[in-house]
Design a protein around this ligand. Structure first.
Ligand SMILES: Cc1ncc(COP(=O)(O)OP(=O)(O)O)c(N)n1
Ligand SMILES: Cc1ncsc1CCOP(=O)(O)O
Ligand SMILES: [Mg+2]
Length: 525
């Protein structure tokens, strides 16, 4: 199928190549996007078929178009009914997209009738594509026949010979080979070899269904060499759609320029990850549930999460400091508990000297404490720790990781704060997608060395210019918090403090006192 002399030889640079298209109005220069076309059946339960294919490609960063061959009424209990689309209409869908898009890979799933395979073959000959991945779907995981024996001859004689890779499970491999027994890895190898003789460039026989194996073993054959791809079998009911997912992921990786073997390995790892992540989720009441391609559904802490950042949370912003905690012989976790109990409205872990492994464990405990009390927890500087402990966000300075990059790593719903001393920095923070700014040091402080003090005037200037809510920081405590809040800038939302809370014998008492002072200054103005 492949017109570029083999997937392996694709130039590494093509992904970022730009091209000029006369037919496009704007812009003239466009970035090439990896594109897959899936030709498959719709699964109303969305665990398999077209719906799975679209999710996989989105998860792998590849655009996916879809041609629907059949619509199934299906759920986690099984397939209740199947409606085949007229071959002519399948052909019209194929023509629409193949004549317009530049697909790198076509992936096929449920091809329920010889007539539909025929229109596919005709369109692929009219519009050649780079690579063809064939998942010879025949029977659903629940046992429903999705493509009967009538398609076997057109599969074997016309589709498999033009495929770059075919991905049958052992039952499908057996059906394609006239019912041979495939119950061992040796028999899978032999099946892969026989299937290769039918013409596909590569064969992957999936051993997920192989009886009596504690591993999941797939056999990959390139015509010369066999590879046994092994991973521990994941025990879960949520396996519906694994075949579609694997084949689509192979297609997506090929579309991005991978060699076939590495596409297959990545796809197997992707499926294993998704299964392992989703092994105990419950969707539907039947025997076979879908899994989560985006690894995002299962946050058991989600119930506590606030959906949007509330600027009022900046009111009493407590920032921890490991040196102070060591000095006063308390753990970060105890410090955070006390601050939250005393009325802190947001917590930042600013642990400049902590060892990563230890810090991560402490951060996880702090996230739990804060979340159970409805208080957001941010991490200073360390995006890696914030991601790993699922903190609510991060605070970064002018010489830390740029905010737009932090945003792309953390996603749209995390909180990002940035330190700003000037109106220009404040404006940039807003443009880059921050949620708030921290402005200071307002007063001199020993907590942060070599940090220019901006004074109340500097703070006022930043607040006036800022499009974002502001929290003041630096040398602020019970004695001067009121003077800070009195500058009365509409977007000054509170004060951030380190030593006034943590370089103290009793964090709880100091936090309560500062909270009271802030409340009073708010009431008086
Ligand atoms: C709320 C808040 N504002 C400012 C800072 C300072 O951050 P940064 O400038 O990156 O300096 P370090 O704290 O990393 O030393 C902050 N941490 N929090
Ligand atoms: C982190 C930071 N950024 C500007 S000043 C400062 C330190 C604030 O500490 P303290 O509240 O003890 O003055
Ligand atoms: Mg920093």
């Amino acid at each position: 199928m492949n017109s570029l002399g083999g997937i392996r030889s694709w130039p590494a640079s093509w992904r970022s190549a730009t091209k000029t298209t006369a037919s496009m109005t704007t812009p003239e220069t466009v970035t090439k996007v990896a594109q897959v076309l899936t030709v498959a059946g719709s699964d109303s339960g969305a665990g398999a078929g077209i719906q799975a294919d679209l999710k996989v490609c989105a998860a792998r960063g590849v655009y996916c178009a879809s041609v629907i061959t059949a619509v199934t009424a299906q759920n986690t209990r099984g397939v209740q009914s199947v409606h085949l689309l007229p071959p002519q209409f399948v052909s019209e869908q194929l023509k629409s997209v193949l004549s317009d898009f530049e697909f790198d890979v076509v992936k096929t799933g449920m091809l329920p009738s010889p007539e539909i395979v025929e229109v596919l073959l005709q369109n692929l000959s009219d519009f050649p594509v780079r690579a063809l991945v064939v998942d010879p779907v025949m029977v659903s995981t629940s046992g429903h026949v999705l493509a009967g024996s009538s398609i076997l001859s057109i599969f074997k004689e016309r589709l498999l010979p033009i495929a770059d890779i075919i991905t049958p499970n052992v039952k499908e491999a057996s059906a394609l080979l006239g019912g041979v027994r495939i119950e061992t890895v040796a028999e899978m190898r032999s099946a892969a070899k026989s299937l290769h003789e039918m013409g596909p460039r590569f064969v992957l026989v999936k051993g997920g269904d192989l009886p009596g194996s504690s591993d999941s073993v797939d056999v990959y054959f390139d015509g010369k060499v066999f590879h046994e791809l092994r991973s521990p079998r994941i025990t879960t009911r949520n396996t519906h759609g694994t075949g579609c997912t694997l084949a689509s992921c192979i297609a997506a990786e090929l579309a991005k320029g991978s060699s076939m073997l590495s596409a297959v390995k990545v796809a197997k790892r992707f499926v294993d990850n998704a299964l392992s992540y989703s092994k105990d989720i419950v969707i539907g009441s039947g025997m076979q549930g879908p899994f989560d391609h985006f690894l995002g559904l299962k946050k058991d802490t989600q119930t506590y999460r606030r959906s949007t950042f509330n600027p009022d949370d900046l009111f009493l912003y407590a920032v921890t400091d490991s040196r102070m905690n060591i000095k006063w012989n308390r753990s970060i976790v105890d410090a955070v508990k006390a601050a939250v109990e005393g009325g802190a409205t947001i917590i930042q872990l600013r642990e400049k000297e902590a060892e990563t492994r230890e810090f991560l464990e402490e951060a996880k405990s702090c996230v739990e404490i804060c979340r159970s009390r409805g208080v957001c927890l941010l991490i200073n500087d360390r995006i890696d720790i914030a991601l790993a402990c699922d903190a609510d966000g991060v605070h970064v300075g002018q010489s830390d990781m740029p905010v737009d990059l932090v945003r792309s790593l953390l996603g749209p719903d995390k909180i990002i704060g940035v330190s700003c001393k000037t109106p220009e920095q404040a404006h940039q923070a807003w443009k880059d997608g921050a949620d708030y700014i921290g402005s200071g040091g307002v007063f001199p402080t020993n907590t942060k060395a070599n940090n220019r003090t901006i004074g109340l005037d500097g703070l006022r200037e930043v607040c006036k210019a800022s499009e974002l809510p502001v929290v003041a920081i630096g040398g602020i405590g019970i004695s001067n918090a009121e003077s800070v809040m009195r500058i009365d800038a509409p977007n000054l939302k509170g004060v951030a403090v380190v030593s006034a809370l943590f370089d103290q014998e009793c964090v709880l008492t100091q936090t309560r006192k500062l909270h009271k002072t802030l409340k009073e200054s708010k009431r008086d103005h």
